[in-house]
Write a protein that binds this ligand. Structure first.
Ligand code: SF4
Ligand code: SF4
Length: 168
């Protein structure tokens, strides 16, 4: 592989920068009369053109069945696959032998929002969600327990679809 040396010619010391300055000012002036793309967040999040991709992976939510119970059957796959080790599951079993989560927690602060938990879940119970406004004042508030995960109202992520890689 050959190496090419490019020599840059610096402007002469007596060059005038007036033309370049005027061109820059003209460009700035032109934008005064064009549509402004800056959005005043959070006041304008409900603007018509404010959208988040349905594939966005954010705050989790736990799906519930028709009786309002968590769909999770405590199979243990999601804590097994989680690369951040941020899912805590303690399984329980009822009199009929049905498994359910006695404790199910996700530390959203440690989560890397990979979406593996959603992909691996056989019950389509746990989802990453189309939601990101989850700021808190203390670290412990980022640990979402089962009740809190079940209360999340936002849409579940559609994740990345290999048949539609650009999401069109
Ligand atoms: S999105 Fe990834 S890192 Fe976060 S809880 Fe699920 S598996 Fe773990
Ligand atoms: S993979 Fe689904 S069913 Fe299994 S423990 Fe996780 S949330 Fe529950």
């Amino acid at each position: 592989m050959s190496i090419t040396v490019v020599t840059l010619r610096r402007p002469a010391s007596d060059s005038s920068y007036v033309r370049a300055t005027l061109k820059g000012m003209a460009l700035t002036f032109k934008h005064i009369f064009q549509r402004k793309w800056t959005m005043q967040y959070p006041e304008e999040t409900s603007a018509p053109d404010w959208t988040i991709s349905p594939r966005y992976r954010g705050t989790h939510r736990m799906a519930v069945d028709e009786h309002g119970k968590a769909k999770c059957v405590a199979c243990g796959l999601c804590p097994q696959v989680c690369p951040a080790n941020c899912i805590k599951l303690i399984p329980g079993e009822d009199e009929q032998g049905n498994r359910y989560p006695l404790v199910y927690e996700i530390d959203e602060f440690r989560c890397v929002f990979c979406g593996y938990c959603q992909e691996v879940c056989p019950e389509e119970a746990i989802h990453v969600g189309v939601h990101y406004e989850n700021a808190e004042y203390s670290r412990d508030r980022f640990v979402y327990d089962l009740e809190r995960l079940m209360r999340q109202p936002h849409a579940p992520s559609s994740l990345w679809d290999p048949t539609d890689p650009k999401g069109e």
